[in-house]
Design a protein around this ligand. Sequence first.
Ligand code: C2E
Ligand code: MG
Ligand code: MG
Length: 694
Amino acid sequence: MLIDENHQVLLWNNWMTRAADIPAETAVGCRLDDLFGAAMPTRLAQAVDDAIRLGMSSVLSSSLNKRLLPLFKRVPGTDRRDAIKQVFIVKPIVSDAGRHCLMQISDTTNAELRERALRQQANELLLQKELLTTLINAMQDVVCFKDGECRWLVANQFFLDLFGLSEVDYAGHTAEELAEYSQVDVSAATFSQETDEQAWQEGRPIAYEHVIPLSDGNVKVFDVCKTPLFNPDGSRKGLVVVGRDITERKTAAARIQHLAHHDSLTDLPNRILFQERLRAALAQARRGNGMLALILLDLDKFKETNDTLGHHVGDLLLRAVARRLQHCVRETDTVARLGGDEFAVLLTNLTSADGASTVAEGILRSISEPFSLDENEVMASASLGITIFPDDGEAFETLLKNADLALYRSKSDGRARYHFYVAAMDEEVQQRKSIEQDLRHALGTDQLSLYYQPLIDLRSGEITGAEALIRWHHPLKGSIPPAAFIPIAERSELIFRLGRWVLHRACMQIQAWKAAGLPPLRVSINLSPAQFRHPDLLDTIKSVIAQTGADPRLLQVEITETIAMSNFGYSVDVLRALHDLGLAIAIDDFGTGYSSLNYLKHFPVDTLKIDRSFVADLGRYPENSAIVKAIINLGHGIGAKVNVEGVETSEQLRFMNEHQCDECQGFYFSRPLPADEYARLIGQAAPWTLTSTD
Ligand code: C2E
Ligand code: MG
Ligand code: MG
């Protein structure tokens, strides 16, 4: 506005109209006093006066006089009174027209607000930066910001501590430049510029694991993520590196992995890892036309060591065997424990199968050396089965199966030896399988029957009973001897069904003969090892006896001495219980096992049956007669009757007679007979003449 020397308004612009809400028509011609009244600040009035009278310029701020503010409160852009800021510039204008004063009122509200906002923003930024610094320093992760040229901008305390850079002014330097200050390789620490490059090139965050060697010789594993940052024009702006220490997780995972793949007793690879290694070795051998050998190994009679010396010594033996096996092979070969007393050895890079036999011989030798275990000197031996890739098979499963067959052969050949797989073994297995299948069908049909071989009392020449022997008449294969199918049945649950059938059939027969008026003669039945060891044996026998009503005193069970001795405590209990039921007990095939007299005297034995082999070779091996005599004395010594099986000739009979054998059975008297023929024989047979001189 322009004011004349009388303080009268000469000019009033639009801005003033809006600001003071006074139209120009009203304002022009009015005196300032009239327009603003008491609201007119004295200093402003003074300034106008000074301009007109003295030609002085003044600049006044509205804050000096709050009373003016209401007049200008409608300054565009704000309603807030305290936010309204004006600057009054009062200038003199001297012209021909006289002395005037120009008063400019500038609104500075917006400018001030902006300035304040900027200041606030700056403060907030500072605070944010402080928070951010605290935050990244509190993190137990590696954090680093780099610029577009891999120079460090900010790194957190964890990072600096880890690499010994706390005292180093790192900003603006690359990892390579910082390397000389660090105790560890900083180029490794920044997780290499190569990956920086990769992140930029891929234009997206990349993640990978990084192993950092530490000065103490340990390593740390980091899970690293690099995020590239770009300017709007696409140029490289920087990079954020974040690395999480996953060493513990890795160690735990490695431990779990180790546990899952190793046997806890011996720390050898377990079956799972062995299979993995075998698969990998096979794949490699296939690519390189290589040869490899798979050896399966089973300790002989390990159960006995366990039973006699205890599980603790058994465990020590397994560990010691594991160590010896490892010494028998090269480092590149694998020794594994597949379970129990079963080990496997994988030999790679073989040039010939001879290499495998050399190793196998070494293993047998090594295991045959005595083991000192907890003050026990333990002798052990092992049976081995070897199969060769590619000669014996290509597939993983085939090789395992073949090695197992070869091992089985070593076991059945008398143990403590090795066998290479030969195709014929496969055939044998097929045969075994088909017998097992056919036997399953045969059970419950008339393909199976019991034959009875008379037992003769050597003093009276009378038949005292019979041994029941199973017979199988196969519709296609004809007669199959028990030795060909009992061991196969033994390998599955079939033996229990078969055993129960024999028992039931024998009891029924006892009842049938009783009904037919035959004298009460004893029937002896054979119990197989698995049957004898089965916890249900007693119950089965009791239930069959109850079912059939047979007199238990007419039953005798035969078990071989090896079964009786293999678990002494259990055998004593079971045999006593059977004896208490009224059954007689016979020890079959006596002389072939390793009976200890000490043990034998604890069994309630009624009969010792001398094995047929001693009788057959009486003439050929003079020592056999000594053995037979000894067994007869032994039997009598423990109060048992002595039976001899397989008497075929009168010489054999005479020998037995001379040495006070009690009972005989053999083809000399009779072959095993069907039930009705046996009954007929009892009806007719006068006592055998046992003292023939022919
Ligand atoms: P074992 O219990 O020792 O039975 C005696 C075997 O000697 C029978 O063979 C019998 O036929 C045979 N034998 C008897 N006298 C003579 C002889 O003078 N000369 C010759 N060369 N052999 C004679 P078998 O019936 O072939 O039985 C063989 C084995 O099979 C039996 O030996 C027994 O261990 C087993 N076995 C037979 N039947 C059963 C059964 O029902 N259950 C079980 N678990 N095993 C059975
Ligand atoms: Mg027998
Ligand atoms: Mg026998």
